[in-house]
Design a protein around this ligand. Structure first.
Ligand code: UD1
Ligand code: CA
Length: 453
């Protein structure tokens, strides 16, 4: 089959420099949703009609399997599809989708394609409580005879509640003939794709319809309000799917999923969490309120306290993180690792059973097993020009307020006194400290605040 995605409209009502089809829904451009869905149908030809902001659309979503057809100026949906005709295979039907109708589901498209076969014109229609603005499906004795656009419709036609979703499948050879015969003698002065329906009826080509499983599948985006509304509808749908799979959500209205999220059994998620990119949660994972997880994997039994921010990280089993922990890309934690309040890690590999409970920065570091990192510990990984690595062996005790001046290596079993600056490698098993003396002065006068005059 051929798939043609109409995406040339300018989206004036979005009031944005960003082309409408590049606006994100669930973290992904509208058009990317439609292209992903199209690819599931394995079309022989996949054509995007671009126009407004076309170059940025191509730059954002260009891929080797995509064909692009420029429509400039934009003279209507019929004119749009006509731009794709030279690229289409004649011996397969053409499915027409809209770049601004992002949530059309596979089962619905398959039902439409099955209804149309290779020789019928198929229209995806829905009954709308308020059909204002849409093209109306006109039927005689139950058979579709035409689509009439809202602006061209008379009073009686406007009372029809069955509308054209804009998704159609058409046999390609007659499609070419019909598009060539389109006229723009209508209220909007446009070449309407929808006029091919009456032409099909006149040519004796059967016209059939199919309906989506849910109305939101066919909801289009013309404004920021509609974008936000569809985002919430879709998030609710994703939340329902998670709960159906056994995930416990504190509130299905307060979760945002912006990429593939895989959950084991008995996962629970508190309110206001955001999941971006690919996130994998093991069994019995508990996520506290207000956590952000981006491209992250958590092992079985790991618990996140509120306000934990994880990006590009992998956490082993039974980890305890947060509140207010931040793990940045390249961080890999073993099993039973604890990362506490205001601890930041970047590109750190941390062994089983190690802990960093408070106020530390561990970056570009390899930390062994059962290491205790005291409060205020910092790996000084940057010398102003380059990054350097810190290596800490197993069973090291790092006293509070320690600085590791990288590159530096500390052997296993080392104890580091509080307030030590470690700038040379340390042999295993020793106590390391910076000799200092504590002094007392009795002649010190604490300053006294001046009285206001
Ligand atoms: C269209 C349908 C209408 C249907 C509605 C569903 C026509 C004439 N009307 O109306 O029956 O109920 O969609 O939402 O087809 N586009 C181009 N080039 C153009 C014009 C539009 O690429 O010259 C693209 C737009 O970017 C959009 C799609 O086609 O993705 C639909 O265009 P839009 O202007 O929204 O059509 P409607 O008037 O809403
Ligand atoms: Ca529209």
């Amino acid at each position: 089959m051929n798939v043609v995605v109409m995406a040339a409209g300018m989206g004036k009502r979005m009031k944005s420099a960003l082309p409408k089809v590049l606006h994100p829904l669930a973290g992904k451009p509208l058009l990317a949703h439609v292209l992903a869905r199209s690819r599931e149908l394995a079309p022989g030809k996949l054509v995007v009609i671009h126009g407004h902001g076309g170059e940025s659309v191509q730059r954002a979503l260009g891929a080797p399997d995509l064909l692009w057809a420029l429509q400039s100026p934009q003279l209507g949906t019929g004119h749009a599809v006509a731009q794709a005709l030279p690229l289409l295979d004649d011996d397969a039907p053409t499915l027409i989708l809209s770049g601004d109708v992002p949530l059309i589901q596979l089962a619905t498209l398959q039902r439409l394609l099955a209804a149309a076969g290779t020789d019928k014109l198929g229209i995806l229609t829905v009954d709308m409580p308020d059909p204002t603005g849409y093209g109306r499906i006109v039927r005689r004795d139950g058979r579709i005879t035409a689509i009439v656009e809202h602006k061209d419709a008379d009073e009686a036609t406007r009372r029809i509640r069955e509308i054209n979703t804009g998704i159609l499948v058409v046999p390609t050879v007659p499609l070419k003939r019909w598009l060539a015969a389109l006229k723009n003698d209508n209220v909007q002065g446009e070449y309407y794709l929808t006029d091919i329906v009456a032409m099909a009826v006149a040519d004796g080509v059967p016209v059939v319809s199919a309906q989506p499983d849910a109305i939101w599948e066919t909801q289009g985006i013309n404004s920021k309000q509609q974008l936000a509304e569809l985002e919430r509808l879709w998030q609710r749908e994703l939340a329902e799917r998670l709960m159906t799979d056994g995930v416990m959500l504190a509130d299905p209205a307060r979760i945002d999923i912006r990429g593939p999220l895989t959950c084991g059994t008995d996962v629970s998620i508190d309110v206001n969490c955001v999941f971006e990119g690919t996130v994998v949660l093991g069994n019995d994972v508990k996520i506290g309120a207000n956590c952000v997880l981006i491209d992250t994997e958590l092992g079985n039994g790991t618990v996140l306290q509120p306000f934990t921010h994880l990006q590009g990280t992998k956490v082993g089993e039974m980890g305890t993180l947060g509140p207010f922990s931040r793990l940045r890309p390249g961080t890999v934690l073993g099993n039973d690792v604890h990362v506490g309040n205001f601890v930041e890690m970047k590109a750190a590999q941390v062994g089983d059973g190690s802990k960093a409970g408070h106020l530390s920065y561990v970056g570009d570091a390899t930390v062994g097993r059962n290491v205790n990192i005291g409060a205020g510990t910092i790996t000084c990984n940057y010398d102003g020009a380059n990054k350097h690595h810190t290596t800490i062996g197993d069973d090291v005790f790092v006293g509070s307020d320690t600085q590791f001046v990288a590159p530096v290596t500390v052997g296993s079993g080392v104890s580091i006194a509080a307030g030590t600056t470690v700038w040379k490698d340390v042999a295993p098993g020793v106590l390391v400290l910076n000799p200092r003396q504590q002094a007392e002065r009795s002649d010190y006068q604490r300053p006294v605040k001046k009285k206001k005059t």
